[in-house]
Design a protein around this ligand. Structure first.
Ligand code: AHR
Length: 499
């Protein structure tokens, strides 16, 4: 048994947790877009304009705030004009990055922006730098956002949409150090500046421009990029970091793993904390006023694909191990909310650490989905100071901190509601945690408590879709302290009024 104290200080508000930290990523990769999200108007699967109703409902329920599209590596070979106009005239291209399948472009700009409207989220568009042109990018922005009578707004109208869309987030290229063109940072920075210059604000649409930042611990990329771009043309730079248990050649199975693999995975995911802090230290040096934010626009676990599936489709199962990964990452992002403006887990449906898996008309919400649901009260809340006296867990070979936590406050009509999320990585010991408020504060009434736990291998399948589900209960909390039990391999969220 782990016995410890978690102090929470509602007096010390650190910053607002951007809802976009709970963002998502959707790429033309495997069965993410096609089958997972888009089934076409003629499908027997209930849909609205070809978009699955069950998936939209599930994503609305977790208040998905922002969705990135069309990639990923796919973005730098995507030509947006291929994906507009009559379906039968759309170009059929080969998706060279992902399985060599034919992409018929039936899901394009209109379909994606319709999806965002159905979910009620912000779109985040990744424009093609690697194999595109500045003119193509500029025209795409005009097509989506310009009011009035321009050639591209008329073309949009001809294709069925008179009103311009609001598009805030644009990423200029994706992984331009790799699949997006194998560029040197200085070269990319020049390209970035040129592209962003011609991506304009139309009407009352204001672009939030994101430059391609580093891969994992490539600190040189951040230093070079930040030496060339500034707040006048860059709101944020992106970071990509995947949790791969060992290395790219030894990723291991998503479901068949042992205790050591479990702890190695969680140790790997915790490495993002060091990576983020080192990139932020460089950004602090070169952007002293903190005018450029960090966006973790791809993160999550990456294992071997499920046996028998297309290796180019990156389809993997999702267990309690992934739930712990999600919870640890979200706590890390929350704790740096003054510098992290957005984070997008990869990917939303059927790819890598997915929220949702589909098979025909069937849908499964993964343990990772449960975590996003349990954490949703943090969106837009004020992060407050919290500290836990942590203990180590693991095997003899692999030691990691057992606990991870966030605390935030939302105030409505003068009432403060504290939300706590705590995860316990230990596979053997439950944690009995005394939550302590400072003098002058008390818990005030009913607390809504959710618990997610199970064996590390537990996952939701099409045969058993509800094996891993949060259990909800309400408790009466009063006084300055309350003892919360977090099961081994478990996550707890609790919201309670404080005064
Ligand atoms: O998410 C899968 C791929 O991982 C993305 O296409 C790419 O950006 C990253 O390397």
């Amino acid at each position: 048994m782990i016995k410890t104290v978690l102090t929470v200080n509602p007096n010390n508000e650190i910053g607002t947790i951007a809802p976009e930290i709970y963002g998502h990523f959707s790429e033309h990769l495997g069965r993410c877009i096609y089958e997972g999200i888009f089934v076409g108007r003629d499908s027997d699967i209930p849909n609205t304009n070809g978009i699955r109703n069950d998936v939209v409902d599930a994503l609305k329920a977790v208040r998905l705030p922002v969705l990135r599209w069309p990639g990923g590596c796919f973005a730098d070979e995507y030509h947006w004009k291929d994906g507009i106009g009559p379906l039968e005239e759309r170009r059929r291209m080969v998706n060279t990055n992902w399985g060599g399948v034919v992409e018929d472009n039936s899901f394009g700009t209109h379909e994606f922006l319709d999806l965002c409207e159905q979910i009620g989220c912000e779109p985040y568009i990744s424009v093609n730098v690697g194999s595109g042109t500045v003119q193509e990018a500029a025209e795409w922005i005009e097509y989506m956002t310009a009011p009035g009578e321009s050639t591209f707004s008329k073309l949009r109208e001809k294709n069925g949409r008179k009103e311009p869309w609001k598009v805030k987030y644009i990423g200029i290229g994706n992984e331009n150090w790799g699949c997006g063109g194998s560029m040197e940072p200085q070269y990319y920075a020049s390209e970035y500046k040129k592209y962003q210059q011609f991506c304009k604000d139309y009407g009352d649409n204001h672009l939030y421009k994101i430059a391609c930042g580093p891969s994992a611990d490539d600190y040189n990329w951040t230093r070079e990029l930040l030496s060339h771009v500034n707040k006048w043309h860059t709101k944020a730079i992106s970071l990509h970091y995947y949790t791969i248990p060992y290395d790219w050649e030894h990723k291991g199975s998503a479901t068949d793993f042992n205790e050591k693999d479990y702890y190695v995975t969680l140790r790997g995911t915790r490495y993002i904390e060091e990576i983020i802090d080192k990139h932020l230290a460089i950004m602090d040096e070169l952007d002293k006023e903190h005018e450029i934010s960090l966006i973790v626009d791809e993160w999550g676990t990456w294992y071997d694909v499920e046996p028998g599936t297309n290796p180019g489709f990156l389809f993997q199962q999702n267990t309690m191990r992934d739930a712990l990964v999600a919870s640890i990452n979200l706590n890390i992002f929350n704790s740096r909310c003054t510098r992290i403006a957005m984070a997008n887990i990869a990917q939303v449906v059927n790819v890598l650490q997915a929220m949702i898996l589909t098979e025909g008309a069937k849908i499964v919400k993964t343990p990772t989905y449960e975590v996003f649901d349990m954490y949703k009260e943090h969106q837009g809340a004020r992060l407050v100071e919290s500290a836990v006296f942590n203990s180590e867990t693991g095997t003899d070979e692999v030691r990691i901190p057992a606990l991870s936590q966030s605390a935030s406050i939302k105030e409505q009509n003068g009432v403060k509601v504290l939300t706590l999320t705590v995860s316990n990585a230990s596979l053997t010991d439950e944690a009995e945690i005394e939550i302590a408020l400072p003098e002058g504060f008390v818990f005030d009434g009913e607390a809504a408590v959710s618990v997610l736990t199970g064996d590390m291998h537990d996952c939701n399948t099409f045969e058993e879709p509800d094996k891993v589900k949060q259990t909800r209960r309400s408790e009466n909390w009063s006084g300055r302290t309350h003892t919360l039990t977090v099961p081994a391999c478990g996550i707890v969220s609790a919201s309670c009024k404080v005064k």
